[in-house]
Design a protein around this ligand. Structure first.
Ligand code: IPM
Ligand code: MG
Length: 359
């Protein structure tokens, strides 16, 4: 059965890195029998340019119909002056919400070849392999009421609402346990239960769901401590599950443990396992169009797509092994380059991975 993949290049370096993912998917199709059809559509600033809004109706319709989605990145200085609802980021948030992609997997894995690229000492980050599971369609990002208003005395105030229903908490925590079951069976739920009621409910629900997973060791940690522990002793974690905004912040911190945010993929899944896959770095407008961006996070996002949505474990492993071999050969884009390695551009890196695909 042929599966349909919708490619959303987006803005900035998005089109360049996604071009390498397309090259990879076509190679898997031509050489290794992967049954996929690719289609492309605009999102973010490119959506605004093409159709006057960051998530064009046609893009959303194609996304609903697709089996899986691959996204580059959105945003750029050209679009910063647009009205709030037209900003590229709104397109990203809208597609997450419209497709109910509530479960956001953000692995932080340190490739041994890149240990020296991390700002932390090798003994602290060597062998790092943690998974941050971020709730993606709730909390302050979408909670109402929200806005900016003028009080009676004329002073303006801005406000947002961190709100989670029990079912919303339960489904993400449950995803956390399911992922932990396939890993080291340790789940750390991160909250701010010493201050926030929403976190108290979160903790209560996590404890309840834990009863169904006796093999998994559940712990709780306040988010400020979790931020500190991530840079102090990151290997203590296996799976972290947390709400939307905490996950946004902690996943950037975790990404940097691995040396470069240019290496990390992500998956955003709905209840049925359909998903959108994207590198966790942004659109990097400062280097866009120069052919120097690191495509590996996007290629590894393809691997996640193969594994989690397309059920093609062998193809996923093939891609990851090829990335490993290319790193072994010493090829590095500028963001992960160190003395003694060979600096390559986006395209050369993409071609090298394709060349290393093996039976
Ligand atoms: C991310 C990004 C987005 C977020 C932005 C671009 C809206 O930082 O995917 O982590 O905050 O979710
Ligand atoms: Mg972020």
């Amino acid at each position: 059965m042929t599966q349909n993949i919708l490619i959303l290049p987006g803005d900035g370096i998005g089109p360049e890195i996604v071009a390498e993912a397309t090259r990879l998917l076509n190679a898997l199709k031509d050489r290794f029998g992967l049954a996929v059809e690719l289609e492309e559509a605009p999102i973010g600033g490119a959506g605004y340019d093409a159709a006057g809004k960051p998530l064009p109706d046609e893009t959303l319709a194609l996304a609903r119909a697709a089996d899986a989605i691959l996204l580059g990145a959105v945003g750029g200085p050209r679009y910063d002056q647009l009205a709030w609802e037209l900003r590229p980021e709104r397109g990203l948030l809208a597609i997450r919400s419209e497709l109910a992609l509530f479960s956001n997997l953000r692995p932080a894995i340190l490739y041994p070849q890149l240990a020296s690229a991390s700002a932390l000492k090798p003994e602290i980050v060597g062998g790092l392999d943690i998974m941050i599971l971020r709730e993606l369609t709730g909390g302050a990002y979408f909670g109402k009421p929200r806005g900016i208003q003028a009080r009676e005395d004329g002073v303006r105030e801005g406000f947002n609402t961190i709100i989670y229903s029990e079912p919303e908490i339960e489904r993400i925590v449950r995803s956390g346990f399911e992922i932990a079951m396939k890993r080291d069976r340790r789940l750390c739920s991160v909250d701010k239960a010493n201050v926030l009621e929403v976190s108290q409910l979160w903790r209560e629900v996590a404890e309840r769901v834990a009863k169904e997973y006796p093999e998994v060791a559940l712990s709780h940690m306040y988010v400020d401590n979790a931020a500190m522990q991530l840079v102090r002793a990151p290997k203590q974690f296996d799976v972290i599950v947390t709400e939307n905004m905490f996950g946004d912040i902690l996943s950037d911190a975790a990404a940097m443990l691995t040396g470069s945010i240019g290496m990390l993929p992500s998956a955003s899944l709905d209840a049925g396992g359909k998903g959108m896959y994207e590198p966790i770095h942004g659109s990097a407008p400062d280097i866009a169009g120069q052919g120097v961006a690191n495509p590996l996070a996007t290629l590894l996002s393809v691997a996640m797509m193969l594994r989690y949505t397309l059920n093609e474990e062998a193809q996923a492993a093939r891609v990851e092994a090829a990335v490993g071999r290319v790193l072994d050969q010493g090829l590095r884009t500028a963001d992960i380059w160190t003395e003694g390695c060979r600096k390559v551009g986006t395209r050369e890196m993409g071609e090298a991975v394709v060349a290393e695909l093996a039976d």
